[in-house]
Design a binder for this molecule. Structure first.
Ligand code: ZN
Length: 365
């Protein structure tokens, strides 16, 4: 199996177009056309991870954080980033990062945290714009099923857990084939009327090209009539952070104990407890201060995230508890998520979880 087949699956899991503008997700080093010898899943692709991959005979590192985040002007081995890149290239090891595109999925990094805490009724905290589109196309009645099948197969018509959603209406289409045409129905220079179906489907914007290709291939007309409409609707599964509910309310201290246990923490940095039961929990793996206002607006009792600065803790305004559990700690289960997705797709292939703990932060207790 080629590395490209694995990266293609990861691109489908978390489409690269869902990454933030500052991000650098995707293939960072390596040749995707070579055979994959094994995969290591990790949060950080550091020098130790490249050494581990080499020792275990794996030539693909799938990391959450991109090792190259901003431009490198020299690669001399002065910094750990440069040394990691040199080691990866010398040893023909590909590094693939699946970062904010995985953060921005309700079933991604945050979904895994929500699973661990048993959160129900989950929603995205901050939706992203311009992620949904609509396609209208007009097809002769007898060919409508074939075209519908093709566009569903290309990924259109998925709404929540419902697939193959479409709206269809019959009407009359007209056209007059001009000189040099090769019409499916009718004669050159004569207006033709046909019974057509207008098919309407919703789809994620990143599938636009794939969908138009699938539709035009299945469509009988030489010139296919279709409209692509950008929608203002939010794609409910895509966006930053997550808010959900505990099955039963807990006292704040009991809840923080649960968080400590689930995430294996020695310490939690948090704002004052406000003596309220915890039912609604907002969370964001990694640096999530930018969502404090969204967690407040969602009326969360607690907001679990990491990398919260001193002044940002004040923003809780005694209306919720902010709990900073550490960046690595909050995202640690992403390794399981990546491993499980890859292992279930390629069950006989070597997909390993890294045994190196890359967390650069320690606590002196
Ligand atoms: Zn992170």
């Amino acid at each position: 199996m080629k590395i490209a087949e694995i990266t293609q699956l990861l691109d489908e899991l978390a489409p690269p177009s869902y990454q933030e503008s500052y991000d650098n997700a995707g293939l960072i080093t390596g040749d995707a056309s070579i055979e994959c010898t094994g995969i290591i899943c990790t949060l950080d692709a550091t020098e130790d991870i490249i050494a581990e991959a080499k020792n275990k005979g794996c030539n693909l590192v799938v990391a959450h954080h991109p090792i190259i985040f901003k431009g490198l002007k020299k690669i001399t081995g002065k910094t750990y980033v440069e040394r990691t890149i040199i080691a990866a290239i010398k040893n023909d090891i590909a590094i693939y990062a699946i970062h904010t595109n995985l953060d921005n999925l309700l079933t991604g990094v945050n979904g895994k945290m929500g699973d661990k805490l048993g959160l129900q009724n989950r929603k995205v905290l901050l939706h992203r714009e311009n992620n949904l589109m609509k396609l209208y196309t007009y097809v002769p009645v007898e060919d409508a099923d074939k075209v519908r099948d093709a566009i569903f197969k290309a990924g259109a018509g998925q709404i929540g857990n419902y697939s193959e959603c479409s709206f269809n209406i019959r009407g009359k289409g007209t056209f007059k084939p001009g000189e040099g045409t090769n019409p499916h129905i009718g004669d050159i220079g004569k207006r033709e009327e046909t019974n057509e179906e207008k098919i309407e489907v919703i789809f994620p914007a990143y599938l636009k090209e794939k969908l138009v290709n699938a539709m035009t291939e299945a469509h009988p007309y030489e010139e296919v009539a279709y409209d692509l409409i950008a929608l203002g609707n939010y794609f409910l599964e895509v966006g930053s952070g997550l808010v959900g509910e505990l099955p039963e309310p807990l006292d704040e201290a009991d809840f923080l104990q649960l968080v400590k246990k689930v995430f294996g923490l020695s310490v939690v940095r948090h704002t004052s407890l406000i003596n309220r039961k915890v039912k609604k929990v907002a969370l964001c793996g990694g640096a999530g201060s930018f969502l404090i206002k969204n967690a407040l607006a969602a009326k969360a009792d607690v907001y679990i995230t990491a990398d919260v600065k001193y002044h940002e803790f004040f923003d809780a305004e005694n209306k919720m508890v902010i709990a900073d559990i550490g960046h690595w700690e909050s995202e640690q289960f992403t390794i399981d998520l990546l491993h499980d997705v890859l292992h279930s797709k390629f069950p006989t292939f070597a997909v390993l979880k890294s045994e190196v703990k890359t967390n650069p932060v320690s606590y002196f207790i």
